[in-house]
Design a protein around this ligand. Structure first.
Ligand SMILES: [Zn+2]
Length: 57
């Protein structure tokens, strides 16, 4: 018998339950400081902007 555990389903499920990120196509936030200068820099929440170093939550 070839009976495998549906590991894929479990993985996808736990990722989707990640606090409603489904509405965001890009996994990150735009740096507010760079946004004011007219630049759109995507920063991973909790990290610092690679351009100006502003921490983004
Ligand atoms: Zn920035």
């Amino acid at each position: 018998m070839c009976h495998q555990t549906p590991t894929d389903k479990v993985t996808v499920n736990s990722m989707n339950t990640d606090e409603g990120v489904r509405t965001l196509p890009v996994p990150g936030r735009r740096c507010p400081a760079c946004l004011e200068r007219g630049e759109t820099i995507w920063v991973i929440p909790g990290k610092c902007c690679p351009q100006c170093g502003t921490p983004v939550n």
